[in-house]
Design a binder for this molecule. Structure first.
Ligand code: DAK
Length: 258
């Protein structure tokens, strides 16, 4: 599939995906989600990709779903078309790690896309928000769910009901983002984090991602049991032997994803 709304570069086992609708502040339409889902699904089986970074520009990650596209939708269109649902499901099925590198606006569907990633690194000019309420609609891809899990009820209600934006500092304090760095250093930081992940055992990395995500779906006791079972299973890998041998021999491990 040739992409028009995203630009993909793969280097050193990192796929850098840039949202590319600059005239509309990277507003998300069906084409963007289809292209993103297509690439991320293909990355799953591409040995050249061990970690993915999704980003926008220095001024905007994405200013939300495309309001022009949505403005003419009827209830029947929205209900039967069920836009974005298959693509977001596909993105959720990606087992390789995905980092969102967010500078500037991440609003509405843009904030939700960032939250679909495994973690968010923010530039100090980042602004997060769920301003759908100003348009007479509400969040529809996790802005009332994932945001609440990330920042708690008080801030999620505040952001969804008032439509106010949260700056990078507040987002870090609230647990929405993992790190805040000066905007100019954002890509260096995000690519550095991706490089660290890319050098680990892919089996271990995918097991960790799956296990953390499990915590959102099941009770604590079930989650702990799941974690224990996966932990035990990693002792069947060559990479566990290599990782521990390397530590004891005071050298860098050479993981082979076996
Ligand atoms: N859609 C379309 N175009 C947008 C846009 C958007 N979300 N955001 C910005 N643009 C366009 C503007 O129309 C403008 O285009 P031109 O007039 O130059 O042609 C250009 O980008 C620059 O925007 P501004 O002139 O407004 O720039 P400012 O710096 O003054 O303001 C801003 C930046 C980000 C504060 C402002 O543009 C803004 O408030 N944008 C809208 C933010 C917003 O309301 N986002 C939420 C959209 S609703 C669904 C699930 C989820 C969703 C939908 C469906 N289903 C499951 C079905 C999600 C909904 C949303 O995200």
């Amino acid at each position: 599939m040739a992409y028009e709304t995203i630009i993909v570069e793969i280097e050193d086992h990192i796929a850098l995906v840039k949202l590319n609708r600059p005239d509309a502040m990277n507003a998300l339409n069906e084409q963007v989600f289809k292209e993103l889902a297509d690439f991320l699904t293909s990355a799953q089986t591409n040995d050249k990709v061990r970690c993915i970074v999704i980003t926008g520009t220095e001024k905007f990650f994405a200013a939300g779903a495309d309001i022009k596209m949505m403005s003419e939708l009827s209830f029947v269109d929205a209900f039967t078309g069920d836009i974005f649902s298959e693509e977001t499901a596909q993105i959720m099925r990606v087992r390789k790690p995905i980092i969102a590198a967010v500078a500037g606006y991440a609003l509405g569907g843009g904030c939700e896309l960032a939250m679909l990633c495994d973690f968010i690194i923010a530039g100090d000019n980042a602004k997060f928000g769920q301003p759908e309420v100003n348009l007479g609609i509400m969040a529809g891809i996790g802005g009332t769910q994932r945001l609440t899990q990330a920042v708690g009820k008080a801030k999620a209600m505040d952001m969804n009901l008032t439509g106010r934006f949260m700056d990078a500092e507040e987002a870090e304090r609230a647990g929405l983002v993992s790190r805040v760095v000066p905007c100019k250093k954002l890509m260096e930081e995000a690519m550095g984090a991706a490089a660290k992940i890319a050098e680990k055992s892919m089996i271990t990395v995918m097991a960790i991602k799956e296990s953390v995500n499990k915590s959102f779906e099941v009770s604590l006791s079930e989650g702990l049991m799941y974690e224990r079972r996966v932990f035990n299973s990693l002792f069947a890998t060559e990479d566990q032997k290599e990782g521990m041998a390397a530590f004891l021999e005071k050298r860098e491990p050479q993981f082979r994803d076996r």
